[in-house]
Design a protein around this ligand. Structure first.
Ligand code: PEP
Length: 252
């Protein structure tokens, strides 16, 4: 049975004290929900992981980093490795976000290495894919998404792949206020699930959680999550206010 998940991606926002307060607010609000219908994850900056973990200890909210290095350890000044992330008690790492692909030149090959290192460290991976507006206009979006998934994930065996959550994030919808319609998102989610089925079989595909990300908010989450292949959301802007984030968590 696949899980529904709502995961926040705080990006480069909040100081440590602000982040601790936000995590407390989310943790308390999630604890107060009687019939929680999804796993809840907060994705936080590296600097916040340990302090936020302490806040979440014993509760239901899971913890994610937003990135990890493409090396295990050594002379890579400023980088943070997957084992370092795992040693904070984090459960997940977000990899392949379009901001990292775009601003930091993360390639399909580099992300394949990061995925392997994250899984070897015992982390689960929220792996982002998605097309730009130009790619959608040119009609190459299916091909772009397929290349991202095949190139960075499809070398994994079934056991390893069970630790992957896929997030479809059309770049044109991230932080723009422009959400993909529920039908547009469902079309891509069904395409992704079909790709997974072709590679790993129907059962693995059915068990794979596929999140939508891109200006998801309390007002549109329920319509998106009602679609058969949309299993939750990766939430940027709306994860920075506990009330907005909870409006999405409770949208199932
Ligand atoms: C994201 O960057 O992962 C994201 C979905 O952002 P937003 O919700 O702000 O569009």
């Amino acid at each position: 049975m696949r899980k529904n998940i709502v995961a926040g991606n705080w990006k480069m926002n909040t100081t440590v004290p602000e982040g601790v307060q936000l995590a407390k607010d989310v943790n308390d609000a999630v604890a107060a929900v009687n019939d929680l219908k999804c796993d809840v994850v907060v994705g936080v900056p590296f600097t916040h992981l340990t302090a936020v973990k302490a806040v979440l200890e014993g509760g239901k909210v899971l913890l994610s980093a937003e990135n990890c290095a493409d090396h295990d350890k050594g002379a890579y000044t400023g980088e943070v490795s997957a084992p370092m992330v795992a040693s904070t008690g984090a459960d997940y790492v977000i990899l392949g976000h379009s901001e990292r692909r775009g601003y930091y030149n993360e390639t399909i090959e580099m992300l394949k290495t990061k995925v392997d290192l994250a899984l070897a460290a015992g982390l689960k991976v929220i792996f982002c894919c998605g097309e730009s507006l130009d790619e959608r206009k040119a009609g190459t979006h299916f091909e772009v998404i397929k290349n991202e998934l095949v190139g960075s994930l499809f070398h994994l065996d079934d056991k390893a792949f069970a630790n992957i959550v896929i997030a479809y994030e059309p770049i044109w919808a991230i932080g723009t206020g422009e959400t993909a319609t529920a039908d547009q998102a469902e079309e891509i989610h069904a395409f992704i699930r079909n790709l997974v089925a072709e590679k790993y079989g129907a059962q693995v595909a059915d068990d794979t959680t596929i999140l939508y990300g891109g200006s998801c908010k309390p007002s549109n989450a329920a319509e998106l999550f009602a679609k058969p292949d949309i299993d939750g959301g990766l939430i940027g802007g709306a994860s920075l206010k506990a009330a907005d984030f909870m409006g999405i968590v409770t949208a199932f």
